[in-house]
Design a protein around this ligand. Structure first.
Ligand code: FAD
Length: 139
């Protein structure tokens, strides 16, 4: 859709699936700018350029762009339960092996819970585990 895309990444490596990384690296209209942070967004009526800093050399540079898609990590949307005392320091919900929080009868599933792998299949799996425990308790 565009002539040129820059992928700016703070490290020189990616955690994403290697197959996808390879595919992206081979795109003809994509340039990777690695070991780099974006310091500033500059422009008047719209975005015109970015100020970049290489984290290894500390070198500052300017890059002309007409748009930018930001993706900087994830935050769990758990503000509305923050007073319940069931989240860790990062806002993720602590659950036991049945997906139940320390408040009896209150369950949490999916990306908002403390766990290692956050994928569709693990979110769905959490749901089944919780549902079966609810059924067991009701019975
Ligand atoms: C860029 C990206 C790429 C991904 N790629 C993959 C992949 O290739 N394969 C894979 O398996 N997984 C992938 N994932 C992870 C996958 O999307 C998640 O693990 C999965 O969607 C988690 O499901 P969930 O139901 O827990 O949360 P979500 O899908 O985030 O659903 C939560 C829902 O709750 C709603 N919500 C939030 N707060 C409230 C509230 N207070 N009241 C009511 N509703 C609320 C939200 O709007 C949202 O609709 C990717 C995630 C991202 C961000």
């Amino acid at each position: 859709m565009v002539n040129k895309v820059y992928l700016i990444h703070r490290r020189d490596d990616f955690r994403a699936e290697s197959q996808i990384v390879e595919k992206v690296k081979n795109l003809k209209n994509l340039d990777m700018i690695l070991d780099t942070n974006v310091l500033e967004f500059k422009g008047h009526d719209s975005l015109e350029s970015l100020v970049l800093k290489n984290v290894k050399t500390n070198q500052i540079s300017h890059l002309k762009v007409s748009g930018c898609f930001e993706f900087v990590g994830l935050l769990p949307a758990t503000d509305f339960i923050k007073d319940l005392g069931i989240t860790d320091n990062n806002g993720y919900i602590l659950v036991d092996e049945n997906q139940e929080t320390k408040i009896e009868g209150l369950y949490a599933v999916g990306d908002v819970v403390v766990k290692k792998v956050r994928q569709i299949v693990t979110a769905a799996s959490d749901g089944v585990v919780a549902a079966l425990d609810v059924i067991r308790k009701i019975r």
